[in-house]
Ligand binder design. Sequence first.
Ligand SMILES: Nc1ncnc2c1ncn2[C@@H]1O[C@H](COP(=O)(O)OP(=O)(O)OP(=O)(O)O)[C@@H](O)[C@H]1O
Ligand SMILES: [Mg+2]
Ligand SMILES: [Zn+2]
Length: 458
Amino acid sequence: MAKTPKTIFVCQKCGRQERKWHGKCADCGEWSSFVEERFRASAQKQSKTGAAVKPAFENRPVSYSDIKPQDDDRTSSGIPEFDRVLGGGIVAGSLVLIGGAPGIGKSTLVAQVSDHLAKLKSKVLYVSGEESDRQIKMRGERLGIDAESLFVLAETNLESILAESDRLKPDSIIVDSIQTVFSERVESAPGSVSQVREVAGEFMMYAKKTSTPVFLVGHVTKEGSIAGPKTLEHIVDTVLYFEGDRHHNHRIIRATKNRFGAANEIGIFEMTNRGLIPVENASELFLQERPEGASGSVVTIAMEGTRPMLVEVQALVSGTHQGSGRRMAQGFDYNRTSLLIAVLEKRLGFQLAGDDVFVNVAGGIEINEPAADLGVAAAIASSFKNLAVPAETALFGEVGLTGEIRGVLQAQARAREAQTLGFKRLIVPASNKKGIDKLLGMRVIGVKTLEEALDELF
Ligand SMILES: Nc1ncnc2c1ncn2[C@@H]1O[C@H](COP(=O)(O)OP(=O)(O)OP(=O)(O)O)[C@@H](O)[C@H]1O
Ligand SMILES: [Mg+2]
Ligand SMILES: [Zn+2]
């Protein structure tokens, strides 16, 4: 039998394992990311006779027709926006990861969710490895939390947490945060890839075995993460990330993966001293500070999951002080921005090589879908020509490399949202026009090329 190595080297960014130390990770390309970690004790465990120890669950193949379907057993979290990102409520036995930058509001969210759940007469166990029970109480007082069946456990030892869970038998568990919890069976430090995986794996087993939903809070740094949520994404059922930044009051929670619902669904909240308050009308929020009659500002309609949302795209084109112009994009893909600039130059004769071009999606939201192309191109054109786009006009469409405007998905839903918000004129791909041109009070213009669209606008 081959000798099992005692230690392995694990990339702290993506989790790749090597027998020897490497300077660069062959999977994710990160430098100096390998850390020596002790081999998992459980993996080496063998009985005295040399036979492998029996696994905890013994599964045999079963006939597909004998499998009972799992009921879509969902509980409301009491927070509609949160239910929405989960795909319609909390699924029994699901493992949910909630990631986000430091201080963005992860603990606030889970505290509010536990309060709501506990008020439904269900027992909630809130495990905190970061804050003492008093600190949690302090936040709780501010948020108005007063549920009786909410239990707080300040503990970081996985085995103790699981033992307490077995005793208390909570209806849901919250772990804040996964990086602070460690298993005795793994010898590397808390927060390392091996620990984080082991801990998540154990909670997954617990969740499935007892049908208890478990929420794991995880920290993410701006660059992605160190030993963080990225390595957990494939283990858990659902991944939710906080988006946006702390300089805005609103917080966006996005489902980037969901085994029980649509991915990319978002929930929008406002951070107040009483906690996170759901925002009902997202479009209004993102348009509220829109300057009227200013060049370089355009309203486009993005789809976030199943929700259409009006957002303001801003562009600023100005003479550069350096040799060749800089390009910058915030909230929209950088490469896509460059591509749209190239189309404007080549197909419409815009001279942008000597200009700086900045693109920004107002409100700190990210819109990464081709349907936003037309909005971005129009904003750049508007700033370049120094001509404002009429305030009651909105547009969407994908821009192709020849300057053609291509149809997008869910044109109906987008158009209706614009109508609701009182927009009077809509510029859309010609192929999308049919079906939406009968909306009351709106003039819908179908365009085939970027040139046509700009002719309509200016
Ligand atoms: N009194 C207050 N009024 C308004 N907002 C507050 C108040 N106190 C805290 N906050 C908000 O709550 C945020 C901290 O929330 P929370 O502790 O839930 O974040 P977190 O993501 O859990 O942070 P960490 O990474 O430190 O665990 C602050 O950044 C701030 O926006
Ligand atoms: Mg916290
Ligand atoms: Zn790696």
